[in-house]
Design a protein around this ligand. Structure first.
Ligand code: ATP
Ligand code: MG
Length: 93
């Protein structure tokens, strides 16, 4: 929501895929430049385009750490100026 314009939709979706639970979070926000996408899960990393927005650069690092502790993974698919989708994959067990 922080990186979305006023009124932008943030959608949550959960489904089963094979033996995994998938949780997807999509926004219609600023998007993430391709060159930054490999780095957004690093601790304290923030893109220059969001410098004016409050944030510590920790959220995605923590999300990925929790996913890893559950044996899962989180990935990002984003288009600059259009929005981002984060996908958390957890084994159902
Ligand atoms: N939904 C998003 N849309 C666009 N850019 C994003 C989005 N989520 C994260 N980013 C980019 O990735 C960077 C790292 O995100 P992260 O969530 O780890 O930290 P943060 O949002 O800056 O601060 P916080 O620790 O409060 O979450 C952000 O600073 C921003 O540049
Ligand atoms: Mg964040």
């Amino acid at each position: 929501m922080r990186y979305s314009p006023e009124g932008g939709v943030v959608a949550l979706r959960a489904c089963a895929e094979g033996g995994d639970l998938i949780i997807e979070i999509s926004d219609e926000g600023v998007g993430i430049p391709p060159e930054a996408q490999p780095r957004i899960f690093e601790r304290y990393y923030r893109t220059s385009q969001v410098e004016d927005a409050i944030g510590a650069g920790l959220g995605l690092y923590i999300v990925r750490s929790i996913a890893h502790l559950h044996g899962g993974e989180v990935t990002c698919d984003s288009t600059l100026g259009e929005g981002s989708t984060f996908k958390v994959r957890l084994a159902k067990r």
